[in-house]
Every structure is written in structure tokens, then in C-alpha cells.
Write a protein that binds this ligand. Sequence first.
Ligand SMILES: Cc1ncc(COP(=O)(O)O)c(C=O)c1O
Ligand SMILES: [Zn+2]
Length: 392
Amino acid sequence: MLKFHQQCLDCGTIYNNSYVRNCECGGLIPFKYNDTDPEGFPDRSFGDSPWKYHQVLPLDDLDYAIDLGMKKTPFLKSKRIAEAISPDRPMENLYIKVEAVQPTRTFKDREAFMTVSRLQELGHNQIVTATTGDSGLAHARACSIAGVKLYIYAPENARERSERMLDEIRSEIDDEYVEVIYSGATFDEAIANAMSFAKKSDIPLEYGFYNQLRIEGIKTIGFEVLEDLKRVPDWYVQAVGSGVGLYGFRKACMERYGVAPRLAGIQPKGCAPMVRAFKGYDDPTEKTVDTHVLGIGNPKLYLSYPHLINAGTVFEYGFSGGKESELAEIPRLLELYHSDGVPDVGLESCTALSGLEHLVQSGAISPDETVVLMCSGGMRCDLPEELADTIT
Ligand SMILES: Cc1ncc(COP(=O)(O)O)c(C=O)c1O
Ligand SMILES: [Zn+2]
């Protein structure tokens, strides 16, 4: 029997042994695993690496399992944030999952280890991606380690940021395997150019929500949390860009316990197309970007939105306004994380915390519920100069 297959949620078509992003009918095709053995899960011979979950990851031959040096990340019980965001009745079970300790300092390494391993197993020695930052960095390092050529399409306006980020790990990037192509004025244009290059060159396109391998890789966050918590939390709260993180966490819970947590997707108020759609705006896609949170600051209503809505996701703003409000609010949010023992915190994670605070204060999340707050990565070069002192 095959270890796994992909099956369309809409029409039931089954896909095996090739890289397919979505069904011919347009439906989502999640991976399904056959005959898993609960006794051997997780496989402790893999130590603390996410490969210990290999029984439910889409790889046939573990010789292709790329080791990026990832370890299980900290899972902290919050005290300070739990009190600060709910002063009358502190939250009893608020936890923080800390991903800045990953090799490229965000949870995107968890997508890269899976995507690159499986595509290499399928015989691909080239991959195309489109990114404005974190996922490109993670895939660039993974491809350098695996010896797979990566073409990164990024918009012209992300050039300076991309270069500064790549500089952070330049010694780990092999120029023979990584080529960055700045193409298009906007992220949408860069994506379109990546797609046409991938099609013309017959190279798989690794990008966004429809790369099911990303969802499988990020799912390992959920497994780690479930191991520590020993049950499904009531809520999983994360800054949302493509929706891979939210969906992957939910999939882990469904696979292990058959129970879904509530999902909260947070976007900065100055660029929040999903939140605007959720709150009923007719035209949710914003024309301007008024945020410093560039890791998720794309004025784009991703195709994942309907799937996240079907999964019962609640969307909420982080911060009370655009850039000006962010400047005023970020120092306190950083300080709260720091006093809960999380030293390296990026602006996406500040956004998530701000959104969580709104949800608790509006009563959408109750203080006695069990909540996992995702600290998805460390501080990049996006911190405005005015705030530089607050993180030293
Ligand atoms: C640090 C960080 N946090 C959150 C996100 C959003 O995650 P997702 O794309 O899975 O929604 C991203 C990237 O998009 C990110 O780089
Ligand atoms: Zn289908």
C-alpha cells in the first residue's frame, strides 16, 4: 500500500507520486496517510528533529530527508501577557510557541525542509518560488544544503529588504544554487512572472497555500504543541499571510485527535485584506500599504481565504491603525514578550499579540480558554529606526 496520497476535497480525485498543487477542478488536495502506526509515532530515533513525525509526512524514502538542523522549539506558559491583556481575570492557559530559534529565524524553515526534500525525491533538481522575504530565505538555505537550484522571484520594491535578509545568512547560501530574480513592480506581478517562468521551464512552482508540502511541513508545529499540551487547544492565534500556518496547525490537530481548534488570523490594520473581507468590506483589497509589518504586508486577498473561512477562522486586526499607531504600540508588545521570556520577536508576532488582545477584550476569546499564540519569527530589518532602542 502507498504510504500517502492526495485527494481532492471537492471531487474526490486521487493524486499519487507527482507534484500537484491543486485539483483539475480547482479543489484543494490535502495529503492523506494510510495505515499509520500510533506505537511508532513519533519516531524517537530522529531525536528532536521534525523528521521524528515522518510517518505522517509526505516522503517515501528517508534518504531524501534533508537535515536543516531544526530542533523542537520552546513552548512557554505566559504569565505577563496573560495578565496584561486580561487584567480583571488573567488568562489561565495562554502559551507561546517560539519559532525565532529556527535556523533562518522564522517558522518558514518548517515549510522548506518538507518542500525541498519531497521535490528532490520526486526527481526535481530545480524549484521556482515567489516571495517577499522569510520563506525565500528558508528555501534558499534549504536548497543550498540539498544542492537544488532555487529561482526566487521577488518584486523590485522588495530588493533592498531581500538583500539585507539574505546577508543575515550569506555564509549559508550557495550562489551556485540560489538565483534571485527581481521582477515586477508588485508582489502579484512577481508571482505571475514566477508562474510563467515555472511553466515555460517545466520546473515546479513552490509557493503559497496551494503547495500542500508547505502545509505538511508546518504541521509539525501542531504536533510539537500537542505533545506538550496533550490536547487540542481552544484557539491558535497567528499573524496571517498566506494561511499555510493556520491551516497546517489545524491539520495536525485533526490528524492526531480528530478535533479542530478555533483559528484566529491577525493582520496589521494598515494592510488587512482578509480582516476587511471578514468584516464585510465590499472591496477588501487595499491599494495602499500603511504598515511596517512587511513580512505579511501584502495588499492581497489570498486564494486561501475561502478555505480558512470554511475552517471557521476568525480574522482580527492587529494594532489600532497604520504605521503611526504601530510605532506607538510596538514597544509595549515587545516588552510583554520579553518579560514572558521570549527575547527575539518580529513585527508579525507583535501583530498576532495585538490581535489576541483585541479578541480577548471584545470577549471573542474567554480568559479560561486554552490559547496558543504563535511567535512566528524574530525581528528582521523592518524595525523602524525610531524604535531601534526598544529591542536592545
Ligand atoms: C514571520 C512570519 N509570520 C507569519 C507569516 C504568515 O504566515 P502564513 O503565510 O502561513 O499565513 C509569515 C509569512 O507569510 C512570516 O514570515
Ligand atoms: Zn477536484
